[in-house]
Design a protein around this ligand. Structure first.
Ligand SMILES: [Zn+2]
Ligand SMILES: [Zn+2]
Length: 913
């Protein structure tokens, strides 16, 4: 083995070998119990970020662990076509070339996206491989490949047949930049400082009296078709049934009573109703049969035709036509003010909806769209979680899920973009001549909500109504999440009844971030139950976000992004994986720092060095011997190892990756490397003895087991070392995962050895604080509280003496330490105290030591006085940030403790002389 570990060449070499040998592939004919995960398909536009790294590390840990346990593991990989995101990327490219998607036309544009995918779409896959992901690459899928497209059409048609898909003109969220509908959860709400405008609406038959309405959107008042007041509001209810003259227009609009829309405490208690531009108003409009008057076009600009229908005053109409919302707002407010209609303006905080892809302000927009009637699908999906057939982990997410599902709204699935699954619906030109509006230049196609669609798996041959065969296909594509909702069964071959589907559905675990719980997880549950009549997965493990060390969201603009690819280059993939696993505490965001990754790189190096030590000590025979015949150090480490194995398996069962990582880390670093390797040395040194042969056997067996235990977390280094030490099998990744053997666990041996090791640690502590050279032999006294302790420690007299370099070591209940001894107390579980003494006579220069302590005491007193001054100063306490206060208090406590300790030592030194 090389002197130091070089991750790069090891990682590429082993990944290639594993892949070539087919270890990642799951057999559809194997009898073993399956364990299946489907990957959350990353966008083809994606490049590996820390979120992916965490998500895929966790999946790979589960898959490698279960594979080693002998399960038939399948990890289905794939990518998502990511409709709007991908379309935006290619549109940007075209813009750079002075072209556009409209210039190209639909077919050529879509081809252009496929070309882009062929060139750049594989990046993220190669990056997942670098991470060590043991996906079944033979089964790589893409949400727009042929099979998945077939599944999408099948689902669409069946839902339509069941009356669960409909097309209707409704108010939806619209991005005026992407020019497409968005679903509710694709809108991000951003708190913004806005204004509340109070506008006077005079009564039509009594212009001297007016109702004052409050609104955040004065420009949409031109589209008002009513005013609402609360029916029980004594200020206003006499106006219900009357009309107001809408300012700046020729129209009269009714005053209605509506207890749902009106909040008596808000504004004036009277509100305008603009059904075409506000979701709540849309509903109110339905309740009161008000008509919908759209005054904004699809670019969110004032629409000339709409303004005419609104009967806006002619001069204003001219000024407003084609203006943006912002500009129109200023113009309308100016006109209101001029006409004496503006009562007042107030500052008002509000949440503004923005497009989650391009951050443009989203407009409610009236247009014909396709919807999924979601209630009938949501009910079984609620039951699946309530009944525990699907478990969300951590459990706290269950309430979020249920709350959202119980309040779910119909899902708008049509998007007015080109990249995606085109909706399988056709319109007969003959029967829908009025409803199909087509212009040649600029090329546009609008199909009104009056058109009658024919939904089918393939283009219909002739119209069932008129027999003609001239059709136009619905130009819309489906929401990207429509295809990913089918992912757990479409990737296995559905709608065909494939052997894969039979074998691997339902899947076992889904690993995902909470940000796509509703976008994706909830919809997979609904679709899985509907089309497979079984839950798509049993456990959903929901991990947190990866943030920077201060807990800030990583972003390019803040410059705080830690790039997983760079980290892998610098510290090795295993260090990155182990860091992410160790920090994956349930429900808590990960505050990632490079120091942590560096720390686990050191852990990898520690393991490497241990391997080299072991290899150097393997010369000579190894004796098979029962545990009882082996040296006590061997029995101890074997007992600890099996306890650790039990804990790691249990933590993994509970998805506690952090606990599993800490357990294995602590065991390897502190127990195995720090103590056991040292404890084993004396026996190993007896070269040809039977004891040495047994010790060597334990050394190899335990280390080989440790490597297998660690493999799912650090796959590369464990394989490299495993191949170098004695082992059976061709690769660690297909070797069995350790399972705990109760017969190996021995409480008595653990207690005894740990007692002895604590005494050694106590002696070493004194050697350290007294600055006694490591080579110097010590004279040690150990005072035990009981005879049982005395016996137990005496049993390990030689072990303590050798590890602590104690030339003389006396242990007993009646021990009195010499006056020249430095002492320390060790508190055992249960409260018993063992006192360890090291005779300093002849070992240290008492005068020098005394002056050192006196000097340090002086320093401490100065610090303590300063801190006391601060902590009793009310000004300081009022201004200090909490973390600084905490630090100051902690330092004060540390100084006090050190002061007490050194005072005691000084007293003892004085007694010595
Ligand atoms: Zn947008
Ligand atoms: Zn027809």
């Amino acid at each position: 083995m090389e002197k130091s570990y070089d991750p790069k060449q090891v990682e590429t070499r082993w990944y290639r070998i594993w892949s070539e040998r087919g270890y990642f592939h799951a057999s559809v004919t194997a009898d073993d119990r399956p364990y299946v995960i489907v990957i959350p398909p990353p966008n083809i536009t994606g490049s590996l970020h820390m979120g992916h790294a965490l998500n895929n590390t966790i999946q790979d840990i589960l898959i490698r662990w279960r594979r080693m346990q002998g399960l038939n593991t399948l990890w289905v990989p794939g990518t998502d076509h990511a409709g709007i995101a991908t379309q935006n990327v290619v549109e940007k490219q075209l813009l750079g070339e002075g072209s556009s998607r409209d210039k190209l036309g639909r077919d050529r544009f879509v081809q252009r996206v496929w070309d882009w995918k062929a060139q750049s779409g594989g990046t993220i896959i190669e990056q997942l491989k670098r991470l060590g992901s043991s996906c079944d690459w033979d089964r790589l899928r893409f949400t727009m490949d042929e099979g998945l497209s077939k599944a999408v059409r099948e689902v669409f048609v069946r839902l339509h047949e069941d009356g669960l898909i409909y097309r209707l003109k409704r108010l939806i969220n619209w991005c005026p930049r992407c020019l497409t509908a968005l679903s509710d959860i694709e809108v991000e709400h951003v708190d913004t400082a806005g204004k509340l405008y109070y506008i006077r609406y005079p009564l039509a038959d009594d212009p001297a009296t007016h109702l004052t309405v409050a609104t955040t959107r004065p420009e949409t008042m031109l589209g008002d078709t009513g005013v609402a007041v609360h029916p029980e509001d004594p200020r206003y209810n006499r106006f219900i049934g009357k009309s107001v003259a809408l300012p700046l227009t020729q129209r009269r609009i009714p005053v209605v009573g509506d207890s749902i829309l009106v909040d008596r405490e808000f504004g004036t208690g009277a509100v305008k109703i603009t059904p075409a531009h506000d979701f709540n108003d849309f509903e109110a409009g339905l309740r009161h049969n008000l008509h919908r008057l759209a005054i904004l076009d699809r670019h969110a600009r004032m629409d000339a035709a709409g303004l005419r229908d609104a009967e806006a005053n002619a001069t204003l109409r001219e000024r407003l036509a084609s203006q943006s919302v912002q500009k129109a707002r200023a113009l309308v407010v100016e006109a209101l003010e001029k006409g004496g209609f503006l009562a007042k303006v107030e500052d008002h905080a509000m949440a503004l909806g923005k497009c989650y892809r391009c951050k443009t302000v989203v407009e409610p927009y009236l247009s014909p769209q396709w919807f999924v009637k979601i209630q009938p699908l949501a009910e079984p999906a609620i039951k699946a979680v309530e009944s525990g057939r699907i478990r969300l982990i951590p459990e706290q997410w269950t309430n979020n899920y249920l709350g959202w599902m119980r309040d779910i709204k119909d899902w708008c699935i049509s998007r007015q973009i080109w990249w995606g699954h085109q909706i399988p619906a056709w319109y007969c030109r003959n029967c829908n001549a009025e409803a199909i509006l087509e212009t040649a230049s600029p090329k546009s196609l609008t199909i009104t909500s009056d058109a009658k669609p024919i939904v089918a798996r393939t283009a219909p041959a002739h119209c069932p109504d008129c027999g003609q065969h001239d059709f136009v296909r619905d130009p819309d594509v489906l929401d990207t999440w429509f295809s990913s909702a089918l992912w757990p069964f479409s990737t296995l071959g559905w709608p065909d009844q494939t052997p894969e589907l039979k074998k691997f559905y339902p899947t076992s675990t889904l690993v995902t971030g909470f940000d796509i719980l509703f976008f994706w997880v909830a919809r997979m549950i609904m679709m899985g139950l509907k089309f497979m009549e079984q839950v798509p997965f049993k456990d959903v493990y929901i991990h947190a976000l990866v943030r920077d060390a201060e807990g800030q969201k990583m972003s390019k603009s803040k410059g705080n992004v830690i790039d997983p690819l760079k980290v892998m280059d610098q510290y090795g993939t295993d260090a990155l994986r182990f860091t992410l696993a160790a920090m994956a505490s349930p429900g808590r965001d990960i505050k990632l720092s490079e120091e942590r990754i560096e720390g686990y790189r050191n852990f990898a190096n520690k393991l490497w060095n241990a391997a080299r030590f072991i290899l150097m000590n393997l010369e000579g025979s190894r004796a098979e011997a029962s545990l009882a015949e082996r040296p006590i150090a061997d029995r101890w480490i074997t007992s600890r190892l099996h306890r650790c194995i039990g804990d790691v398996n249990r933590s993994l069962e509970e998805y506690r990756f952090d606990e599993a990582a800490h357990t294995v880390y602590h065991f390897i670093w502190h127990e195995y490397c720090d103590w056991y390797l040292e404890l084993a040395k004396p026996a190993l040194a007896e070269k040809d003895s039977a004891q040495a042969a047994r010790a060597r056997a334990t050394l190899v067996e335990s280390f080989e087991t440790v490597l297998r235990l660690l493999h799912p977390f650090m796959p590369f280094i464990t394989e490299e070392i495993w191949q170098a030490i004695p082992h059976t099998g061709e690769s660690i990744m297909v070797a069995p995962y350790p399972s705990p053997n109760k017969a190996c666990i021995n409480d008595k041996v653990e207690q005894d050895i740990e007692g002895a090791l604590q005494v050694v640690a106590g002696i070493r502590e004194i050697r350290g604080t007294q600055a006694i050279a490591p080579s110097k032999q010590l004279s040690v006294t150990v005072a035990t509280p009981t005879y049982v302790f005395e016996q137990s420690l005496k049993n390990h007299h030689d072990l303590i003496a050798s590890l602590a370099k104690a030339g003389t070591l006396t242990i007993g209940t009646a021990i009195k330490h010499p006056t020249s001894a430095a002492t320390t107390s060790i508190v055992f579980p249960g409260g018993s105290i063992v006192e360890v003494g090291v005779d300093l006579a002849g070992l240290i220069d008492v005068a020098k030591e005394k002056s050192r302590i006196e000097k340090r005491l002086k320093e401490l007193v100065t610090h303590m006085e300063q801190d006391v001054k601060k902590l009793s100063n009310p000004d300081f306490l009022a201004k200090v940030p909490p973390d600084v206060l905490k630090k100051t208090k902690a330092r004060h406590e540390e100084c006090t403790a050190e002061h007490d300790k050194l005072t005691g030592e000084l007293r003892r030194l004085r007694e010595m002389t």
